[in-house]
Design a protein around this ligand. Structure first.
Ligand SMILES: Cc1ncc(COP(=O)(O)O)c(C=O)c1O
Length: 421
């Protein structure tokens, strides 16, 4: 495979930005591939190699690259202006859709990224409850702001970046996903907790599914202890179902955050919740949050067009395709007698090598990174672009055909044969 242009661009980029990438997840060894174009389920690199894109820009492109109706809507909006500094119709329509589709969303505030959304959501939770501590899940990711960039367990909390002052994380508590016992005792003993923020289906430690009843138990415990529950649906919103994981599992949080799909490929975020909480946001209330580009009309038309295109038939098809991958990959794992597992939720999945089951961050970290990277390189050679880390997610879009899905499974089978040798 010739990737010479990517290599050259990488060496130029190295002098321009750290490690040659604008976001660390895009880096891999020996150098990342540089994109030339995206087309439906295909991504093409600068050397003209074409790959089935299973990364899909880490989640926003549920309709695939360059969906014609999104392109048309954006073009039309461009001619009418790309930023106003006034509220607009496109923004109103997007907000209306979110309020209709997402159970906890009586009211929504748009931001420019998922990071901003979670940052403002926890400020709002703190302001509303007049309490200061926030509980997060070990291995959960909510963007790159100080308060939530920590991992660990009840005893030991470690920032996963330098430069985070101890004061910023003094009010952060950590619990393990799929464990309600510790959460319950923490919330009963620590009355400074304003909110629990969690990805209802974690997508930043591969994909992890809630044990039966886990999310409803978290809902019960938080309610009983007068603690707000925030679902971070930046990945799962409009993906696992129109109404996100809260619809899929029938568990309604007090607030949620969203991003990715609701921007149709443009920068976006949102936080939403019960009206009595959302009324506290400025200028209705005393909790400040603002953004020059928030509610941007280009983002809004792209997001709105994407959402409108996602009919229930398309959600059903995505679910079916995910089921096909899940069954085929797990059948191969069993038939070939290797230790691995695939976790999936509609249109998202991850394969963990060296693990029979993955229920939390400790399990996910324990999966074999070397084999995953080897699998990633193999798939690249075979024309599939996966996110280069076992802690990320393979995404399906409506542009991925049944044929492509079956080819992915075949390639997995071929890889297992090679791996066993
Ligand atoms: C669950 C979750 N929350 C928040 C974020 C941050 O979103 P953004 O990258 O738009 O800032 C991400 C990013 O991947 C995410 O996966």
């Amino acid at each position: 495979m010739n990737t010479k242009k990517s290599e050259e661009m990488y060496s130029m980029m190295l002098g321009l930005t750290p490690a040659g990438v604008s976001s660390p997840v895009r880096a891999f060894k020996p150098y990342p591939l540089f994109a030339k174009l995206g087309d439906k389920e295909i991504i093409e690199d600068q050397d003209g190699n074409r790959y089935v894109d299973m990364c899909m820009a880490y989640g926003p492109l549920i309709l695939g690259h360059c969906h014609p109706s999104v392109v048309t809507a954006v073009r039309k909006q461009m001619l009418k202006g790309c930023v106003y500094g006034m509220p607009s119709e496109a923004e109103m329509e997007l907000l209306k859709r979110i309020c209709e589709d997402v159970a906890c969303a009586d009211s929504v505030r748009l931001t420019n990224s998922g990071t901003e959304a979670t940052m403002h959501a926890i400020r709002l939770a703190r302001g509303f409850t007049k309490k200061s501590a926030i509980v997060k899940i070990d291995g959960g990711f909510h963007g790159s702001h100080n308060d939530l960039m920590v991992n660990g367990n009840g005893q030991k909390i470690t920032p996963f970046s330098e430069g985070i002052p101890e004061d910023s994380i003094r009010n952060t508590r950590i619990v393990s996903y799929n464990d309600t016992e510790f959460l319950s005792s923490l919330l009963e003993s620590d009355k400074s907790i304003a909110a629990v923020i969690m990805e209802p289906i974690p997508g930043n430690m591969g994909v992890i599914l809630p044990k039966k009843g886990y999310l409803s138990e978290v809902r019960r415990i938080t309610k009983e202890n007068d603690v707000l529950l925030i679902f971070d649906e930046v990945i799962t919103g409009y993906r696992v179902a129109k109404g996100g994981a809260q619809e899929l599992f029938g568990v309604v949080p007090d607030m949620c955050t969203m991003g990715k799909i609701i921007g149709g490929g443009f920068p976006v975020g949102a936080f939403a919740g019960r009206s009595d909480i959302m009324e506290m946001v400025a200028p209705s209330g005393p909790i400040y949050e603002a953004g020059t580009f928030s509610g941007n009309p280009i983002t809004a038309v792209a997001g709105l067009t994407t959402i409108k295109n996602m009919t229930s038939v398309k959600y059903e098809e995505l679910k079916r395709k995910t089921e096909i991958v899940t069954k085929a990959v797990n059948d191969i794992i069993n038939d070939k007698n290797i230790t691995a597992t695939l976790n999936s939720a509609p249109s998202m999945f991850q394969i963990f090598f060296g693990k029979e089951s993955v229920l939390n961050a400790v399990d996910a970290r324990g999966a074999d990174s070397k084999i995953f990277y080897d699998f990633f390189r193999f798939m690249l050679k075979e024309g599939f672009y996966l996110p280069p880390s076992k802690m990320e997610v393979e995404f399906l879009s409506t542009a991925h055909s049944y044929d492509v899905v079956e080819r992915f499974c075949e390639k997995f089978g071929q890889y297992v044969e090679i791996m066993k040798k």
